[in-house]
Design a protein. Sequence first.
Length: 114
Amino acid sequence: MKKAFFIAILLAVFISCEKGEIIKGEFVYYDGAAVLQTQDEIYGVLVTDKMHELNKKAEAFKSEPTDMVPVEIRGRITNKKDEKILWENKVEIVEILNVTAPKKEDNNVVKLVK
């Protein structure tokens, strides 16, 4: 009985680890490239259906195409080489947990217009 309980616990831990890490940061998808910037790290985001779903939710909060939107996701982090993503760390979005409006900042930013 103890062996069965121990195996069940190990299996539960293994399954929960496979889901990925929770990551909070600012997300932007522009011109075919996606980035997630946290307080400590910048991740290239693998372009998948989940990434497109996140971008669609983030679009509702953007006023400019290059605006970054605060998000919370569950993702798998990797540092495997990729032809398109040159960031050292990459993330594959597994689950979208939260997408919120950007905090209002002081309007001290100067934007150059052509």
